[in-house]
Ligand binder design. Sequence first.
Ligand code: HEM
Ligand code: HEM
Length: 172
Amino acid sequence: MNWLDSQHRYGAVSRALHWSMATLLILMLGTEWLAELVGMSEREAMALHKSVGVLLLGLLVTRLLWRGVNHGRLEAHAHWQWAARLGHLALYAAMLLIPVSGLLTALGSGHGVEVFGMAMIAPGAEIEWLEEAAEETHEVLANLLWLLIGGHVAASLAHQFWLRDHALKRMA
Ligand code: HEM
Ligand code: HEM
């Protein structure tokens, strides 16, 4: 098995990170809807949302470090390379700023944050302006992520069926 990325295909670690994060991010975007579907209380759902959100932040740091290790890194396909780079950069920015704004919302609310039962931010005083600003940012960025994912999937499908350059295979 090839752990590292090569010129032709993303390695096992990059692929595992890409697909596990993509799945978790989409589940996170649907938290409210999923909680209703499985009959989870809002409180339970929010606790899980915060824990998985912090886990995603950890996975993002791992992913960025792993990019640094991969010297034989794949370049985006030559067609519209600038668009692919910009799109990937925007996805990375969203993956960073969404959990950070979520953490700030929780900090401002004064409820604190527990990550899978371990205290990360202790409960404290409410900071109303922070909670409001961070919550608004969190929501706007989450909506933006839907758009970015839509564009990203459309680009992948265009590569597969229109350009027929096996871009999907590189990540599959
Ligand atoms: C990592 C990816 C994350 C995604 C995609 C995400 C997405 C969302 C979405 C779609 C909502 C509902 C939007 C709304 O009505 O405000 C929400 C709410 C919320 N998220 Fe996140 N979130 C993430 C991470 C986090 C993290 C790390 C925390 C905190 C530790 C967090 C804390 C919250 C809180 C407190 C709310 C409720 C805000 C309210 O009162 O309406 N989120 N998130
Ligand atoms: C939340 C969802 C997703 C995020 C945040 C995301 C993010 C990214 C990022 C940042 C890259 C650049 C490579 C890297 O640095 O790892 C990438 C590559 C790729 N993604 Fe996604 N992705 C998501 C979902 C999907 C889905 C659903 C598909 C399937 C259609 C997909 C197909 C691909 C492909 C084919 C590549 C390789 C592009 C190339 O070779 O240049 N991604 N993705």
